[in-house]
Design a protein around this ligand. Sequence first.
Ligand code: 5AD
Ligand code: FES
Length: 351
Amino acid sequence: MGDLKGLIDKLYRSNRLNEDELLELLDNMNEESRKYLMGKAHETRVKHYGTRVYLRGLVEFTNYCRRDCIYCGIRASNRNAERYRLSVQQILLACEEGYRLGYRTFVLQGGEDGFYTDEKIIEIIKEIKKRFPSCAITLSIGEKSFESYKKYYDAGADRYLLRHETASRRLYDSLHPGMSFDNRMRCLWDLKKIGYQVGAGFMVGLPKQTNRDYVEDLCFLKEFQPHMVGIGPFIPHKETPLAKESRGTVEMTVTLLAIIRLLLPEVLLPATTALGTIDPMGREKGLKAGANVVMPNLSPLEVREKYALYDGKVCTGEEAAECRQCIDSRIVYAGFVPDMSRGDSILWERK
Ligand code: 5AD
Ligand code: FES
């Protein structure tokens, strides 16, 4: 613990560790050092954000996807997925309900679905901005060209989530047939260049993922300096090639959340639905490890179960209002304060 405590203190003080130090930290982490790390991560979040937890309303508007990521339940090859698309009207209704419940950020997430052309995406962005000018729009619709990203930004989109999924090229290639690691990275840098608040992120506990791979993720994040980082445990989906693999653990996920809080003290860090799925108290544990965002579901009840990236997803049976209530009391019970403001990145506001 002596050595590890020294490393954690160094990370806490300087917000950096080199590759060897990160690997040493991950390789030797135990209950005691994890507790110490969590404490430091919590202290850091309180220093920058107090005990506030930002709420974002998530609208999962299409589960059609042209990609075939081998871990994902909505991959193109999954012929058993029941596909759906929301109309512009349905998306606006979901936002309206969200607005009534107090949300001031809408996250529009979907598979890579060619049905929503740039024109359609722009129409959706403009309609939302027209009706709810005080709200931020976050897009999470995958890899596009610089020009498309720029058009969405000019139409009013504020933020973009595109997890890098894993910064290890070897692992990335094995999980993403027909996709390019370099293009993924190109997309992330383009989004930043355009002026978005950008979210990167990765999965934890993928088959064959090692501590060295996490070190690559952490070093990439330190270099890229995203405004947001979404990380969650890998959870197998029964209709994918990884159906029989084991899921990521809460311990590893919260350890990485805490390290990210220390590497990027001002980052927006969600306690993800996947973390809430592998452990009934997962999101609360995430919040105590430095996470400061949650993204309750605003999608219409009829489609919730269909947006199944992994098995057993929580929050699929609750109306938006119930989910809002539920998450609110969880945040309060865990000792934090729900914050319904836009919650822009402090890094970005200072720009
Ligand atoms: N388990 C956990 N997370 C997953 N995602 C996709 N499939 C799974 C899975 N089986 C994550 C990816 C994607 C995000 C929207 O959901 O990281 O970027
Ligand atoms: Fe969605 Fe509990 S947070 S139902």
